[in-house]
Design a protein around this ligand. Sequence first.
Ligand code: FAD
Length: 558
Amino acid sequence: SDLSTSSSKTDSSTKDLVAQAVMPDSSSNFCQIDKDEPVGATCDVTFKEINEINRQIRSDLLALVHSDFFKYFKLDLYKQCPFWNDNDGYCVNRACAVDVVEEWDTLPAYWQPEVLGGLDNESFGGENIASDECAFLDQLCEGQKNGALSKPDVNYCDLEDFSNEKSVLVDLTANPERFTGYGGMQSTQIWSSIYKENCFSSEQAGTCLAKNAFYRLISGLHASIGTHLSNDHLNTETGAWEPNLELFMARVGNFPDRVANIYFNYAVIAKALWKIRPYLSHLDFCNAYHEDVKSMINSVITRLNSKIFNEDLLFKDQVTSTLKDDFRMRFKNVTKIMDCVHCDRCRLWGKVQTTGYATSLKILFEFDSEDEEGKQNVVDKLTKYELIALFNTFDRLSKSVEAITNFEKMYDSTVNSMAGKLASFLKSNNFFKLIKSSVISSTEKEEPLTRTSIDSATSSEKTQDGISQENEFKDLKFMPKKVVNNVTKTGIRQAWDTELNNVSEALRFIFRSYWDLPRNIIKFMLLKVNRMWNRFVGVPEYLQEADQDPTVYQLNIQ
Ligand SMILES: Cc1cc2nc3c(=O)[nH]c(=O)nc-3n(C[C@H](O)[C@H](O)[C@H](O)COP(=O)(O)OP(=O)(O)OC[C@H]3O[C@@H](n4cnc5c(N)ncnc54)[C@H](O)[C@@H]3O)c2cc1C
């Protein structure tokens, strides 16, 4: 997929649709979500409460994931897709690339190869651990070395990825999750395989709940990615990275369930973080960063609470261990499907986030509430990459929630300005006055515009254009209402006036066309002469096109 093509396609298709996409029934009902409602049956927290929690923790969380400990992640960018033979696809856009860390000297001490034993985890453990300044890192990887993590397997992701020799270290802050242009058949295949993992075979009690939770997790991840690529989107006209409201509405905002699933995922990860809080004291960060990192973690986690998500409603009592195993295995497959993603940047963030979710599921469902020692054990055996993924995934969701709040502001101001523009347009333009007079009854004519009148006028406008938006974007849910035929008949007199106006407007249009004809002919001739001259003096074809359409030039040079 080509960045410029897909981007310009998106720009043009969404631009025309924005009027329909962002025209709501009520501007306060952004995404058609009641913010005072709970996020889901398993969450005792409302959308509004999550917005407030997020507002409080946002800056601390951001500082945490920018800290030297949490900003690095390790993955194998060249791992073969284990599910199908399609390793040939490449995303060649610059935006798809990942800048790996090559200048090791610039890294903090505990990321240096001599301290980490080449980062392959082989040298972790043994007697040296206690004396190592970075005992925490060794401690986290100890379980892996001892094989304790795989017997029994309580992991929802493949931990081997991090010990793979071919894995590279990546600075996440230098590779932001944003629009890459990755799309088409390749990404569709990935998403559809991910959703297919939700096909639990079991019919036992609780399967439906498990399926529902699985679906919400995946859909929330998908929607969060959609929010990021819309929030950090390349404007091909200016070259700037900026939020794109139309794209957000088309991908996420028009689907209340997708927005709700982002909040659901926020609640899931927040609860996992809340659960490990009492056991974090064992973690030992490097001296230089120890206190800072710990206080940053604390300031985020202390603002979370237990009622944000009730995992017991999901699995406890209703689900046998076979179903839980099935759930774990299927989620592990999702993390493995990330190796089939052709765009490196997307693969990187896909790996980080699926590992983050996998870690939170491990904490939520493998923590035995009666067994304090067991809980401490689970936390002690988390690898550093699981911990890094967990906090970075929480940051992604936190950023999504923040972006949704900003999109809501953009949406409201777009709607307000559209309503204002439409109102003045209707006032000044005769053609629309005619429509207005046929839609609004004679008694309402001089009253200020109401929401209904604006909607009706827009719908009429749409019908006049003859464009069937429903066919183009079946997904959109904020379509203006269908034209309601509420013409008030006020007798033959009004019909006569309307007809007379129609005829006079038509005559005026014909007259104006004749009037403009000579000017249009001259313009056309000048254009032709200009083209012939350019060809004569040897100006390349693409520059001539760019001359007429600046976007063409921009696309060609990319
Ligand atoms: C792991 C992964 C990471 C990616 N990361 C990036 C990235 O960082 N930057 C980037 O620009 N692109 C990224 N992409 C690509 C991006 O997700 C889209 O696939 C791409 O933009 C094409 O979008 P689309 O509109 O064709 O529909 P897609 O997003 O591909 O969706 C396919 C279909 O799934 C359904 N659907 C869409 N969203 C949801 C949802 N939330 N819940 C339920 N159903 C849904 C719709 O019916 C839709 O038609 C990534 C893709 C994958 C698989």
